[in-house]
Design a protein around this ligand. Structure first.
Ligand code: HEM
Length: 91
């Protein structure tokens, strides 16, 4: 079983893997699988994500974290890396 959560944070593969860098040029990842079992819903998932983020940021352009990033809590999961909650302020 692959541990995708750590594969994406391998410093030998990705420089500064824990940094959220929206301008990162090397975007290769395994989040939607690989090869013959590549995610069948990938185009739908990409479209939904694009629409959701666009709508959210358009409606709330001043969206911001309500707590310092150090206070965010991560789920303990072998398979994926996800936050337990993302407290936000809309201002
Ligand atoms: C952000 C959302 C999604 C993520 C991160 C994701 C991730 C993945 C990953 C990693 C796999 C490969 C699993 C493996 O190799 O064992 C996979 C397979 C698959 N996904 Fe997704 N998925 C997403 C959304 C969707 C959606 C929206 C659908 C359907 C509408 C879907 C349908 C499938 C199916 C049917 C497979 C199995 C493909 C196969 O084994 O041939 N996924 N997905």
């Amino acid at each position: 079983m692959l541990c995708l959560a750590s594969a994406h944070r391998d410093p030998k593969r990705y420089p500064s893997p824990d940094e959220f860098d929206i301008h990162r040029e090397d975007k290769a990842h395994l989040a939607l699988g690989q090869g013959m079992h590549y995610c069948l819903g990938a185009p739908l998932a990409r479209m939904e994500t694009q629409i959701a983020l666009h709508t959210l940021l358009h409606r709330f352009p001043r969206l911001d974290l309500a707590v310092p990033p150090q206070q965010l809590q991560w789920r303990a999961s072998f398979r994926s890396r996800a936050l337990k909650a993302v407290p936000l302020t809309l201002r």
